[in-house]
Design a binder for this molecule. Structure first.
Ligand SMILES: Cc1cc2nc3c(=O)[nH]c(=O)nc-3n(C[C@H](O)[C@H](O)[C@H](O)COP(=O)(O)OP(=O)(O)OC[C@H]3O[C@@H](n4cnc5c(N)ncnc54)[C@H](O)[C@@H]3O)c2cc1C
Length: 450
């Protein structure tokens, strides 16, 4: 049977995984990317995150196409947050149970693995193909290539071309297309803690390190070469510590010595890296509909979120999993129906995770170092341990389950209201272990029933 060719825009993580899913369904797939071939030129992201946290939803989506075992050797488990205070002290706060971890993985190697896997299955890749425009009446894409402009008919188009999607830009010119973008006040810059002289990790590699400082923070994730990639999140301007006020080495050293002294001691290339690496912005994008004719947006193209829940890629991978399930269910030629069902099923969930990602920024940069916040998490962990089905902490629902993000968000809000009451008890610090945990579960049951 001759199948229709599928054109995917974007050979990033999501476009590459989607191409694998479709190819395994026996479809002809071509992937177009504006960049040169990453397998032939060193992978640089121009300041984009070098490593990321891969969690349950991502693993599940990789497992479905048999890639989990191939990806595992590239990933380093992180079992919790290692919080660094201003005096060099650290505390460890587990993400979940002893076995539950999120995994640090390098974007470049991971992307390369997915693209190579796709190619070995017969997916065709076209690099140096920048999509300029898509005409939905004729289903025709215009590309800019080194040989000049090229037009191509594409009966089915999947836009996985990221937060600044060209396919989305073409959709914006259609009527009744809703679009919302927000840059947050903070930006980020990547820095490095190299391996020690003896070739070891300079800190515990099985934790995500955080230096929370109220309005700003530094984080560090481990790499297989025993270095850590650090990300410094600061306001662009307008506060005592912000990117605009770090213009020369002494400003930088003063900030690091005042707020990140222990990290500073481990960063011999700080000044060079700081002034060389770009300062990047953080955007949240929401839009709808995601479908126009036989074209659809997935991944960051449809829902770019700020990185504070570590879910952007995981959510994009889950898009691939769900879209694939709908194709299996409704067949390979009912694209209109499959795409329509996908956007209806998925939109509430991606709105919820975009919102959660925004809210988690305050938690990461501020609350995680607050003893009352730590106590709250301890009480929730105990509730989960005693009543594993009745109380699941929000972070666990988002990170270690595949429950819809919207459902997790709603349950999380109910739990938050109950925990606010629990924490209002003036003797909570002394008596937390002796609480009537069953009564808390009963309150949750009543709240769910309303
Ligand atoms: C600082 C930071 C930290 C992050 N940490 C995490 C994390 O810990 N966990 C997590 O799950 N997520 C994380 N994310 C989010 C994650 O990076 C994204 O969600 C993910 O990369 C989205 O993948 P994508 O394939 O949709 O888009 P992209 O990775 O942006 O890929 C899009 C691809 O499309 C190509 N392209 C763009 N425009 C065109 C065009 N006009 N024509 C042709 N090709 C085009 C690009 O070259 C690129 O290859 C983080 C993001 C940031 C910024």
């Amino acid at each position: 049977m001759k199948t229709e060719e599928i054109s995917i825009l974007g050979a990033g993580l999501i476009g590459s995984l989607m191409s694998i899913y479709l190819r395994r369904q026996g479809l002809d797939v071509s992937v177009y990317d504006k960049r040169p071939d990453k397998r032939k030129t060193p992978y640089t992201e121009g300041g984009r995150s070098i490593n990321m946290a891969l969690s349950h939803r991502g693993w599940k989506s990789l497992d479905k196409v048999g890639l989990k075992e191939k990806v595992l050797p590239l990933a380093i488990p992180m079992y919790g947050r290692k919080i660094h205070d201003e005096h060099g002290g650290t505390t460890f706060s587990p993400y979940g149970t002893k076995e539950q971890a999120i995994y640090s993985i390098s974007r470049g190697r991971f992307n390369q693995l997915l693209a190579e896997e796709a190619e070995s299955l017969g997916v065709k890749f076209f690099f140096d193909h920048k999509c300029l425009n898509t005409d939905f009446r004729t289903q025709e894409i215009t590309f800019e290539t080194p040989e000049g402009e090229k037009k191509m008919e594409a009966p089915v188009i999947i836009g996985a071309d990221g937060a600044y999607s060209s396919l989305r830009m073409s959709m914006q010119k259609q009527i009744r297309f809703n679009y919302k973008q927000e840059y947050i006040s903070h930006g980020y810059k990547e820095l490095t803690i190299p391996a020690t002289a003896s070739g070891d990790f300079a800190m515990d590699p099985n934790a995500l390190h955080i230096w929370p400082r109220g309005k700003f923070m530094l984080i560090a994730l481990p790499n297989p070469d025993k270095s850590f990639t650090c990300t410094l999140f600061l306001p662009f301007e307008g506060t005592k510590v912000c990117f605009a006020k770090i213009t020369e080495e002494r400003d930088l050293v003063s900030v690091f010595k005042s707020y990140f002294e222990d990290a500073y001691q481990l960063m011999p290339n700080l000044t060079e890296e700081y002034f060389r690496n770009p300062t990047s912005s953080l955007i949240n994008v929401e839009c709808y509909p995601w479908v126009q004719g036989q074209s659809i947006l997935i991944g960051d193209a449809s829902h770019a979120m700020v990185p504070f829940y570590g879910q952007g890629m995981n959510c994009g991978f889950e898009d691939c999993f769900i879209l694939n399930g709908l194709i299996e269910k409704y067949g390979k030629s009912s694209w209109d129906m499959v795409f329509e069902k996908f956007q209806k099923i998925r939109k509430d969930d991606t709105d919820a995770i975009c919102q959660l990602a925004m809210e988690n920024f305050v938690e990461m940069r501020d609350s995680v170092s607050d003893p009352r916040f730590i106590l709250r998490k301890k009480i929730e962990a105990k509730l989960h341990q005693l009543y594993p089905n009745d109380w699941v902490p929000l972070y666990t629902m988002v990170t270690f389950s595949d429950m819809g993000y919207a459902e997790a968000y709603a349950l999380g809000k109910l739990q938050e209201a109950i925990m606010d009451k629990v924490m209002a008890n003036p003797l909570i610090t002394e008596n937390w272990d002796k609480l009537d945990y069953e009564d808390i579960i009963n309150q949750m049951d009543s709240a769910k029933a309303v």
